[in-house]
Design a protein around this ligand. Structure first.
Ligand code: GDP
Ligand code: IMO
Ligand code: MG
Length: 430
């Protein structure tokens, strides 16, 4: 039986939501293992558009179980918003949506400190989503975090909140000269959330491992992308979790022995939201064109995404880290009108030194010059294509070119936001 991890191979927003929705059909459980409401996973079905920040992207399939694992940081207000949206669409959640009692909670002070830290950094800001992710994970690691399960021990929670909010208030007042918070108000607010989310909370380690024992099929849903991974991304311009497949075990309690394959999601070009190195970033004019064609605006913050050419060095790094064996290439249609498509195959520094692996040295990155190979575009509309042999010849050549460069099988191509706009690639038309 095969459990798969679906993971972004670039800087996030590769179209994971759409692909997970398609793949979910073949799985029994869909499990988020890291990140929080910084994620924005879009699914379009006919005229309905859903954007999930916390709820796994399999929820639209009746009968599938969806789990928010222990590695996720949970903002209960955001969770309840998404739950309301599902109810509005008459999508049932009872007995099929679960929250780990070990997941850490995002509190208002996390969001305030996230924004303050960004303001203080000025020009060097990370460009976070402001969802409190970094400060919440920092509290988890420094053993200051509060977990979902603690909501159901009011006396214990009160003591802990009083202590933690006291500490945060000292930081707010003394370091930032900002207003302080009332632990009593936060306590009252979170006690309401506790009741509202109670039906969903359980020991998901037991739940998922029972499913493993019964050979039920599990899809682990990555958020963000490998280049935003806290260990393997462009540190410190990253998010604060292991967004690569490396996070699955620690974020779910499932042994690595039970993760059988890793499926990558990558765009036919590259985007990035927020600051940080981006070697293949396009110039402003071309970037603007691709942004408009690809509707490249953040699903969580609405910010314009920076656009660039496909970076095979970065993706190869991601393929290695994840051990990805196959992948989907999304947003191919966005390149339909490009006469020439550029792909970065290496970097040059100091005039002659070349890199074909992604350097860890951030100081070096701004000086790297991408080495491009150019490929002719197909100049045809692919958005209506549903069969492999109807893809323009040059589009198939682009897919083949990337497969070869990356040492990876591309088994699906996405040509539009809608669930049905996907082409399975059997590789028979080569
Ligand atoms: P995720 O975070 O990886 O799930 O990706 P997002 O949902 O943040 O961003 C992907 C955006 O591209 C969404 O607006 C999707 O509806 C859209 N999208 C996904 N696949 C395709 C595609 O193949 N072509 C086009 N044009 N849009 C797509
Ligand atoms: P999905 O799952 C793209 C980026 C932010 C910022 C950095 C740190 O939709 O692909 P954070 O709020 O996490 O502390 O911000 O990470 N970022 C994302 N970029 N897609 C995402 O998620 C992202 N989640 C965080 O823009 O640069
Ligand atoms: Mg997104």
């Amino acid at each position: 039986m095969s459990n798969v991890c679906v993971v972004g191979l670039q800087w996030g927003d590769e179209g994971k939501g759409k692909i997970i929705d398609i793949l979910a059909e073949e799985y029994d459980l869909i499990v988020r293992y890291q990140g929080g409401s910084n994620a924005g996973h879009t699914i379009v079905i006919n005229d309905s558009k859903f954007v999930f920040h916390l709820i796994p992207s399999g929820i639209l399939h009746a009968g599938k179980q969806c789990v928010i694992g222990n590695g996720v940081v949970l903002d209960p207000a955001q969770f309840l918003k998404e739950l309301n949206e599902l109810e509005r669409h008459n999508i049932p959640t009872a007995d099929r949506l679960f929250i780990s009692d070990r997941a850490h909670l995002v509190f208002p002070y996390h969001k305030i400190l996230d924004l303050m830290s960004e303001t203080e950094k000025g020009d060097n800001k990370i460009g976070t989503t402001g969802r409190g992710i970094g400060p919440c994970y920092a509290d988890k690691m420094s053993r200051r975090g509060i977990r979902v399960g603690e909501l159901y021990h009011p006396a214990y929670l009160k003591t802990k909140l009083r202590e933690v909010v006291g500490e945060k208030n000292r930081v707010l007042r003394d370091l930032h000269n900002a207003d302080t918070l009332s632990w009593e108000e936060i306590y009252a607010e979170y006690m309401e959330y506790a009741e509202a989310i109670r039906p969903f909370v359980c020991d998901t380690v037991v739940l998922i491992n029972e499913a493993v024992k019964k050979s039920r099929r599990i899809l682990f849903e990555g958020a963000q992308g490998t280049m935003l991974d806290v260990d393997f991304g462009t540190y410190p311009y990253i998010t604060s979790s292991n967004s690569s497949a490396c996070g699955v075990s620690s974020g779910t309690g499932v042994s690595p022995r039970h993760i059988h394959s890793v499926f990558g999601v990558m765009k036919a070009y590259t985007t990035r939201v927020g600051s940080g190195p981006f070697p293949t970033e396009m110039g402003e004019n071309h970037g603007e064109v691709v942004r408009e064609r690809g509707a490249e605006f953040g699903a969580t913050t609405g910010r314009p995404r920076r656009c660039g050419w496909f970076d095979a060095v970065a993706v190869r790094h991601a393929v290695t880290i994840n051990g990805a064996d196959s992948a989907v290439l999304t947003k191919l249609d966005v390149l339909d009108r490009e006469e020439t498509i550029k792909v970065c195959v290496g970097y040059k520094a100091d005039g002659n030194r070349t890199y074909d692996t992604f350097p860890s040295d951030l100081a070096l990155l701004p000086d790297l010059e991408p080495v491009y190979e150019k490929i002719s575009g197909w100049l045809e509309d692919t958005s209506g294509v549903t069969e492999e042999d109807k893809l323009p010849k040059q589009a198939r050549a682009y897919v083949r070119f990337l497969e070869k460069l990356l040492g990876l099988k591309i088994t699906m191509v996405s040509v539009g936001p809608e669930r049905s706009q996907a082409v399975r690639i059997s590789n028979e038309c080569k």
